[in-house]
Ligand binder design. Sequence first.
Ligand code: ADP
Length: 632
Amino acid sequence: MEYSWFYLWLGAALLGLGLLLLHVWWRERRFPGTALTLSAGLLLVVSAAQALLIFGMGISGRWEVASAPFNALSITAAGLATVVWIALATRRGRESLRRGAARPQRIQELEVLAAISRLSSQAGSVEEIGGNILKAAAPAVGADAAVLLLLDSEQRMLTAQAASGIPEALWRTFEIHVSDNFNRAFMAKGKSLVVTDVGNERRLKMQLAKALGARSALVAPIRYEGTPVGTLTFYAVTAPRKFDNVAVAVAELIANEAADVLERARLQEEVIDQRERAARVLEHIGDGIFLVDGGGVIRLWNPAIAAVTGLPAAETLGRRASDVLPGWAAIEPLVPVASAPAYAAAHAETLPLDLGDRELWISVSAVQFPDGTVYALRDLTEERGIEKLKSEFVATVSHELRTPLAAVYGAAMTLRRQDVELDDDHRNRLLAVIAGESDRLAKIVAQVLTASQLDSGSFAFAVEHCEPGSLALQVVEAARVHAPSDVVITIAPGNDLPAVACDPDNLRQVLTNLVDNAVKFSPGGGEVSVSLERHEGRVLFSVRDEGLGIPPREQERIFEKFFRLDPNLTRGVGGTGLGLYICRELVRRMGGRIWVASSEGEGSTFFFELPAVAPEEHAVAEPAQASEAHAS
Ligand code: ADP
């Protein structure tokens, strides 16, 4: 039985040792590096146990109580036991032990904070940076999952921005309304909250925690300059632990540090967003925009200017403006350069820009700023062309009006003369001049009126079923009355033609314009032939002459408003330049199309086609209601 004390002490020592090892293993698993501190403590305890063991052996009679080794051992044991007692029993001792144990954890905290501040210097989205913060922070807090939620601008909704250890499908669309008082106060205060039992939590909404199957959670509010911006929420899913005070302190520290970094990332995102938006605006703006830096090199070239000049950005960026635009050097000094956009827009200058193969009329202004000069230009070539045509039109119409007016005036004055005896024949010829010239005047005025009604959309149509053959015959017969004797007008009205859907007055006007032109532009005489034929559900009209003809490059343009091949009347053939424009608009609105085939000096053939009315429709249908047909 003398060994019973010995076994008792041995057992107690081994148990203590085992428990300590378990504790060390557990601390080591949570906070790597803790083992170092604890091994020191372990050593102390083992030696104390050893001393007590020997003491036990002593009193069990193996050594004499008064023997020197026994004394030495007893004193050592007592000393060590006191140290252990002081360490465990006093506040300061416990504190110093805890500090020792916490040191590795602090090192880890510092590592997390260092990682976070490293992130602050990196560019990245809130999601990327937030994800990295969470990845570093979760183990330091002792969590196995974490989510970053940020408040919207109205501070009503928290939306998930990044997560760690949570499946994307769970967090990506996660959001919480936080307009209730508790949440508001909690976020404003900035103190963390530990939820020990997720299932029974009533104050905070724990949907994500529940979906994750977390047992406990730690919510650390993030505040930036005193204003709540969001939360860092940590979850213990597989870890059975509750978040202790150390974890709370670490989480708050991280939330504090993360606020700056996240705010910077958010601002960066905003700047990138703004820059992208500005770039998109430039892409879609109708005005041509280009930026020339201080060295005269083009740094930006938007699609509108590429379209206007026909030069893609790839050919202009990095080159000097005067190298890519031949006429730029000549107009650059004339472009008004302002320091504020509002002033520039109000003082744009209209200038001709030579592109080498063609000339553009541009309205251009510029604004200078530290990055260089930004030029904004608008292509006015077409407007300028119309302006030119308009002024030519005024000159032509004045001339066109003056000639018949002079004839009418002359004839009337002759008829009024008392001193001259006029025979009947003479008198009739003068009256015929007055009637004919008045008719010409009326036609010019009617053309101007029709063109203006077509432009304003107030032109009235009454679409009916017309017999094209008889209508064309009437036009030809009327034209024969006035045609010069050297022009022969023939007609081939076609066989078995279907009716066409059109306004008969308008069809008559189109045909009259074309036949009149054919006669007018055949100054040397010749044949003018009108023919009609059926053509795949349409009726094709053609008016052919053997006159002056039209050069190929002008064959499209003659249908433009005011366009005349010979605006200065060098060939002596007058006109307003409105006839073919009216023809094109009328045919288009009746659902057809018009075109020309011509060779200069040999004559021209004008074609137009109109939709035929289907036979059964023709048989039963009432005339269509007045309506405006649109271009095909
Ligand atoms: P206008 O005949 O009053 O000048 P139009 O619009 O009818 O105006 O015609 C525009 C231009 O097209 C004419 O000035 C003329 O140069 C050309 N043109 C029209 N018809 C013919 C034709 N049959 N032969 C040659 N040129 C023509």
